[in-house]
Write a protein that binds this ligand. Sequence first.
Ligand code: GAR
Length: 208
Amino acid sequence: MSDAPRLRVGVLASGRGSNLRAILSGVEARRVRAEVVVVLSDRSGAGALDIARDHGVEALVLDPTLHPGREGYDQALIALLEERRVELVCLAGYMRILRPVFVRHFEGRLLNIHPALLPAFPGLHAQRQALEHGVRIAGATVHFVDEGVDTGPIVLQAAVPVRQDDTEASLSDRILAEEHRIYPEAIRLFAEGRLRLEDRHVRILEEP
Ligand code: GAR
């Protein structure tokens, strides 16, 4: 890998942080030309914060109850990310809906991972929705975030079979393994300047 500057990534996470860990693995193995400069969470108990600290990454909690209004909260998030000159924001199990002010600020530089083959099953409990619907194929999607819920331009997807005896837990595990593969891959493509947004389509450019 060349000595070109590494992309400055900020990760927003509310939960256990397994996607964060996968991203850090890709970065530390130098498969992804990026560095995670900060992990921000709305929950002080988020496992993602411990993972960040274990990897020497700054970990901050922004307590929603201390910020007046959701827009004020997102403005504070923007300020923290800008202070650290973050170039790409990755949502990794971040469970708050971002306000338009945030989405517009980071337009084209804001990725999310969702445990479904979008546009099927947006929102909460995607794996449960898939099981209840009776689909045979489920999966994961990395997408740019727009102002809708899980509606933005799709970067990468991976499919997994749904088995007759699947539970929400077993299906979630199978999907999660794919999440851990495609999220670092999407960040790698972004960092290499190979994602071009054309309206709502994402063109993946050939390796130079
Ligand atoms: C992941 O399955 C991610 O796709 C999902 O939350 C989980 C977080 O796990 N995100 C959403 O449902 C967003 N709508 P993690 O904390 O272990 O990365």
